[in-house]
Design a protein around this ligand. Structure first.
Ligand SMILES: Cc1ncc(C[n+]2csc(CCOP(=O)(O)OP(=O)(O)O)c2C)c(N)n1
Length: 317
């Protein structure tokens, strides 16, 4: 959680200095959700992430140094600087990508869960998404197939109370968990500022999925401490009162977990993380930008065969 927090703080600095172009969606305040869920996963399990995805990628075990290089658009980045903040992926860690399309990761995770069943493995897939995504048609269609086919997928809704500036009261009819329950899935709500509570709930759902018990749904409540997106730092959109923000920030997931650590342990962790982030920032800033000559590389799969055996995309980069 400390790694995610400091990664985000350093990334915000790099947005302000112009090194990260286009801004980011900060995850600060929601760290216990990514950390808690990923603590219940194996290396070979799969996750799909969102526009607010840095925490998921780091919690699943991606290298923060290469991740920061990705955010700054460097050739040394996780995805050679082509994905940036909203499209970071790391297949070596089962991370099938952050995703700028709200709700889309649910279908991808469910496809991965289906593939895991087909290959006879006991791997599970997790889809993270926000409260705003629960009204996306794709997600409801996905719940249906995941439940019908009893797929090992865990849907994790991070309810931070807002979809951009829209409150949950303005945007969501009924209850979030009731949507999942309607498809016959176990659906519970946990305190998303308590990493241990999140991990325990996720572990139960993951065990059920591995044992062939089908999908589960976890609603994790938390508060987004910072802006929806860093453009808010300049635009100064007013949709939350100072009192509300202060109240939300008063329950800090790092303090909740920090209070459980032995005396002095937190300072040791903080110092270790600081060193990693210092290295990450230096590495990113020292790294070259991608070569413009390769701008079209990796856009298309190559060598795909048509039915007549003729290469469909031969010669296309
Ligand atoms: C399909 C789609 N519709 C709209 C958007 C624009 N958009 C980006 S983030 C966002 C809010 C998402 O809210 P939520 O799912 O609660 O996640 P949070 O931002 O709170 O993490 C919207 C509407 C989008 N990216 N994709």
């Amino acid at each position: 959680m400390r790694l995610i927090r400091r990664f985000e703080e350093r990334a915000i600095e790099l947005v302000h200095s112009g090194e990260i172009v286009g801004g980011i969606h900060p995850y600060i305040g929601q760290e216990a959700i990514a950390a808690g869920v990923c603590a219940a996963l194996r290396d070979d399990d799969v996750i799909t992430s969102t526009h607010r995805g840095h925490g998921h990628v780091l919690a699943k075990g991606s290298d923060p140094v290469r991740m920061l290089a990705e955010l700054t658009g460097r050739a040394t980045g996780l995805n050679q600087g082509r994905g940036g903040s909203m499209h970071a992926a790391d297949f070596s860690k089962g991370i099938y990508g952050a995703n700028g399309i709200v709700g889309a990761g649910g279908a991808i995770a469910t496809g991965a869960a289906w593939a895991a069943v087909k290959e006879g493995s006991d791997r599970v897939a997790v889809s993270f998404f926000g409260d705003g995504a629960v009204n996306q048609g794709v997600l409801l269609e996905t719940f249906n197939l995941a439940a019908l086919w009893r797929l090992p997928v865990l849907f994790v809704c991070e309810n931070n109370g807002y979809a951009t500036t829209l409150t949950i009261e303005q945007g969501v009819a009924g209850s979030i968990t009731a949507r999942a329950a309607a498809f016959g899935m176990p659906a519970v709500t946990v305190d998303g500022t308590d990493a241990r509570a999140v991990r325990d709930a996720a572990a139960e759902a993951v065990a059920l999925g591995r044992a062939g018990g089908g999908p589960s749904f976890l609603e994790c409540t938390a508060y987004r401490f910072d802006a929806h997106h860093t453009w808010e730092h300049k635009a100064r959109v007013r949709y939350r009162t100072d009192e509300e923000v202060a109240a939300g920030r008063s329950r800090d997931p790092l303090d909740v977990q920090g209070a459980r650590l032995p005396e002095g342990a937190r300072a040791v962790i903080d110092a270790e993380i600081e060193a990693v982030l210092t290295e990450a920032v230096a590495f990113a800033l020292d790294s070259p930008a991608p070569d413009p000559a390769g701008a079209l590389d990796h856009l298309y799969a190559t060598g795909l065969r048509g039915r007549n055996g003729i290469g469909l995309f031969e010669g296309v980069r």
